[in-house]
Design a protein around this ligand. Sequence first.
Ligand code: DX5
Ligand code: ZN
Length: 217
Amino acid sequence: MTTRINPSILAADFVNLESELARIASADLVHVDVMDNHFVPNLTFGPQMVGRLQDVSPIPLDVHLMISDVDRWAPGYAELGAYSVTFHAEATDEPVRLARRLREIGARAGIALKPGTDAGPYLDLLPEFDQVLIMTVEPGFGGQSFMRETMPKLSQVAGAVRAAGLDVWLQVDGGISLDTIGIAAEAGADTFVAGSAVFGAEVPAERITALRDLAAT
Ligand code: DX5
Ligand code: ZN
């Protein structure tokens, strides 16, 4: 199984993002947390900033939209050239329509579930998505503690992906560290977002390797 480590730039130095990207050159994708102070009680950046990141980043962008009104905003991120665009299930009534639109534009389409959101209603829709993001903290802030109680949901989705023979990446986001990555890998995750664990390390590149090794064992 391929293991992907996606450092979240939420934990990076926002005024030196280009050099921060150089510190994580060995990452698979760079995770970009877009927040609107409406869907979550925090605010980060929007399409203009993500467009510039897209221009300068040697690593493909994995955009995580923690915003309302995704039907209106999400396609624009795909048009910027983001490799993947993940929107929250809680933010749209028409996830399939939106996923199809994102794929049509050329991005991988992802759906994210908050810790309290049941995966059941989405299991039949899995072929419409390239990745499912199981939030392992309440979205909004970096540096929170991993919620182990989300693991049964991850296993449930992993089982459904396997049973259907799909190639859907299973991503976890929030509180992923040297201590918790193995738990999420065991439950079926293959793609790991890590903010503070990577950018809080003295040598982020070494931390990426350590996380990758732990996820693979
Ligand atoms: C939280 C964001 C995460 C965040 C993770 O709402 O979606 O991507 O950056 O940060 P850590 O790894 O520090 O928990
Ligand atoms: Zn995120």
